[in-house]
Write a protein that binds this ligand. Structure first.
Ligand code: CDP
Length: 778
């Protein structure tokens, strides 16, 4: 890439972290632990340092001299940058090798000899609180167990009472396994510290550049690296999905080495490191219960959760909600009583808890409620679609207060499910299923009707490390009527360059191609909390609309002055103001922009710029109705998703093509955990499928043809009526697929299977029921 050092990145032009090449740049590779839990007895870097081109080998002890060996996490926990004595998970960073090329750094890494004294790790979160479990976080003074936090919401006693009296109760234990975001691009950075100016430019693959700048200042402030001396530039990113929100040790080591050597330092993970050391989501053990009447009226739900966060709680979660928005788990149904509790524990796994393409634990919560709803349908012999229709919150009940305290803004769940059922011919499929079952064939139909909760957030409720979760837009219209719009969010492929330009264009009438969108440079963009949890449209998208409207108000004043009429005499049409009843007396937005710099009304501030920091009054509550049809091979137990209809409701749609793209990608990331993906560790803490040879990420080959559609229920409080959409399909697809597979197997007494539902899992479940392949006919 041809560019001068520290040039401003233009987003959407293919400038990725690997393209950053600075003069005199050093390269870093990382020595990682083969053990999940071990004492470090010795690190011998003498052979590595003999390799020409190896500049240094950095250990935790080196960092300790500058008090840089620990760092805060985004959940107010602490994390080792490099260990001084103990490693806590397999693939943990142990030492960093700095060299003049990437290849020499890799040779140097192979030459570093580390002596370990392995210890028995804690791998099962259910045993992490046992009296004989070793206390893992001995760095925390007074810590006597592996408990991280307890969180609860709802009314425990009232829920107990409802459960005690209910006609029917169903209960299910389930595990939502640890999986990986597997973005196409791994994580990486270039830290460029200049001694002369005491200034750090940090190019890094981050979804939240401003928050990261603040955290770097908190970590390195004592070395004089204060926030105004730090510039974070997040270039184009090849997928984030939550995995590029946390701060990983590699970033901090690169900064420390650049600080110590005065040279730019580049660190880019390879695929295996990425898959083994960071960006993990889920790992939730859930017991979910539902109480109902015999006729299928849902009365209450109860959730008990155990969250495995690995050795530190490093995920980004709003401070007040350590289990994120798990409490959306009451679902799309109208009942008054619920109780949820969650406990998080430390284990010897890498830090987990990433909100993988979901609004902080919504995927886990929705899976639980949609599975238990089907479980109830099976128990009382009611069609799962009918059960949902009986219990939906009705269109006229919004705004609706959930038993866990949320106020759902709007929704029309009935319309969504009806549309999905019509599109897939639900009644026809059920008839076909009866015939197939009579012939002993395995066909299943699964439904998920989910409500999401996105757009964190109202700053009264949502902060990360105390930083309020608003977001921002700054629009500068130049004299010639072309605009620059900058945002506190950061696209990782969601197309903000297109949709934000569209919002400004729709609001101001400036053609979208004349609006240059920029994100990801803390020196130029207004402060914001970044892009994850489908929050960009609900927050920065709203900020773009309001900043545009501020400009329109100013434009009206300028137009009135130029046309010599009162403001009330003017009418707006996108792109121009004209005098009511005299459409030829007109000033275009371009003429108005020019006048703002050349001929503005006396007393008015010159220029044509506006900024807005948008603090939403509420979250937005998108919803979806998904229906999946599967056929299961009776000999191999391979599941074929024959059809999948996804009807989404994200309120007003800004760009239908982008939304459809978001839904297609998200559905594929939904079939992945439902049928293929799970990270597996043995009792010694070894990851058993830590390469893409063993960890099956579905491609176009495994993906079915997605049939998508939408209903539109605008958000009443968002300036455009829009709700987020980026994560809905990842949330809705797994329960729809799991429900379909269980539906296919229900005649054989199977009421639940944990995801990923592999052929082996189906085989084992049928075998456990004593079903042989000759006995499929009912
Ligand atoms: O925060 P993130 O960008 O991941 O999620 P989002 O706000 O749901 O937006 C994903 C993409 O879909 C963006 O380009 C949005 O502008 C677009 N979108 C849209 O066109 N209409 C909506 N109602 C919601 C999102």
């Amino acid at each position: 890439m041809k560019r001068k050092e520290d040039d401003r990145f233009i987003q959407g032009k293919g400038n990725f972290i690997d393209d950053v090449k600075l003069p005199g740049m050093l390269y870093m590779d990382i020595v990682r632990s083969p053990y999940a839990y071990a004492k470090i007895k010795n690190i011998d870097s003498s052979e590595a340092l003999k390799i020409p081109g190896v500049v240094a080998v950095i250990t935790g002890k080196d960092l300790k001299e500058h008090n840089l060996h620990w760092m805060p996490t985004l959940m107010s926990d602490t994390q080792m940058v490099l260990p001084t004595d103990t490693v806590m998970y397999q693939a943990q960073e142990v030492a960093a090798v700095i060299a003049t090329s990437r290849y020499i750094a890799r040779d140097g890494k192979e030459a570093v000899k580390v002596e370990y004294e392995p210890m028995k790790p804690v791998m099962d979160p259910k045993k992490a609180l046992d009296a004989d479990a070793p206390v893992l976080r001995t760095d925390k003074e007074g810590k006597t167990d592996n408990h991280i936090w307890h969180w609860e919401v709802g009314d425990k006693e009232a829920t107990e009472k409802v459960f005690n009296k209910a006609d029917v109760t169903v209960s299910q234990e389930m595990y939502i396994p640890r999986i990986h975001v597997v973005s196409i691009e791994t994580c990486g950075c270039v830290a460029n510290y200049k001694k002369a100016t005491n200034h750090l430019t940090m190019y890094m693959t981050t979804q939240a550049p401003h928050a990261i700048r603040t955290v770097i200042a908190l970590v390195a402030g004592h070395l004089g690296l204060t926030e105004e001396k730090i510039r974070v530039i997040s270039p184009d990113i090849g997928g984030g999905f939550g995995g590029k929100v946390p701060i990983y040790p590699g970033y901090v080591i690169a900064i420390a080495v650049s600080f110590l050597t005065g040279a730019p330092v580049k660190w880019i993970e390879d695929r295996t490191e990425n898959l083994q050391a960071d960006s993990f989501g889920r790992d939730y053990h859930i017991k979910v219960e539902m109480a109902a009447t015999k006729k299928g009226k849902i009365l209450a739900t109860r959730f008990k959760v155990l969250a495995d966060h690995g050795y530190t709680d490093a995920a980004a979660n709003p401070s007040k909600f350590p289990a994120g928005m798990f409490s959306i788990g009451t679902g799309s149904y109208d009942y008054k009583t619920a109780f949820m509790e969650a406990d998080a524990v430390y284990t010897n796994k890498p830090p987990g808890g990433i909100a993988y393409r979901c609004s902080f634990r919504v995927t886990e919560a929705v899976h639980a409620v949609e599975r238990i709803t089907d479980r109830l349908a099976l128990e009382i012999g009611m069609d799962p679609a009918q059960l949902r229709f009986e219990n939906f919150i009705k269109k006229d009940q919004f705004p609706w207060k959930s038993p866990t305290g949320w106020e759902y803004d709007s929704g029309d769940y009935q319309a969504g499910l009806e549309k999905a059922m019509k599109a897939i011919d639900y009644d026809g499929l059920r008839k076909e299923q009866v015939e197939k079952r009579n012939n002993g064939e395995l066909m299943g139909i699964g439904i998920a009707t989910f409500t999401e909760i996105v757009g964190a957030g109202p700053s009264k409720d949502f902060d990360i490390l105390g930083i309020k979760m608003f977001d921002s837009a700054e629009i500068r219209v130049h004299p010639t009527g072309k605009a620059m719009a900058r945002f506190g969010t950061k696209s990782q492929g969601q197309g903000h360059e297109t949709t934000y330009a569209q919002i400004v264009a729709e609001e101001l009438g400036i053609p979208a191609e004349h609006v240059q969108v920029e994100e990801g440079d803390t020196d130029t963009a207004p402060y914001g909390l970044g892009t994850y949890a489908s929050r960009s449209t609900p927050t920065a998208g709203a900020a773009a609309a309001i900043a545009s409207r501020k400009l329109r108000d100013k434009a009206r004043k300028i137009a009135a002055y130029l046309l010599e009429v009162s403001e009330d005499d003017l009418e707006w049409e996108p792109g121009k103001f004209f005098v009511k009843g005299a459409p030829d007396k007109v000033k275009t937005i371009q003429e108005i922009a020019f006048a703002a710099y050349t001929n503005h009304p006396p007393g008015m501030e010159a220029g044509f710029e506006a900024t807005h920091y948008y603090d939403p009054p509420n979250l937005t509550f998108p919803s979806g109705a998904y229906i999946c049809v599967v056929d299961i091979d009776k000999e191999t137990f391979e599941v074929k998703v024959r059809r999948f209809v996804a009807i989404d409701d994200c309120g007003h749609i800004i760009n239908p093509m982008i939304v459809q793209g978001q839904v297609h990608g998200g559905l594929t990331q939904g079939i992945a955990p439902a049928m293929y993906e799970e990270l597996i560790y043995d009792d010694d803490g070894n990851i058993l499928n830590g390469t893409l040879m063993d960890y099956l990420v579905p491609t176009a080959v495994e993906s079915p043809h997605w049939e998508t559609g939408h209903t539109v229920t605008p958000s009443p409080h968002h300036p455009l009526g829009a709700k987020g959409v980026g994560e809905s399909p990842t949330v809705g697809a797994p329960p729809a697929i799991a429900n379909a597979i269980v539906d296919a197997l229900a005649p054989y007494g199977i009421t639940h299977l944990d995801i990923p539902i592999t052929p082996q899992r189906i085989f084992d479940a049928l075998k456990a029921k004593g079903i042989l392949d000759t006995e499929f006919a009912v």
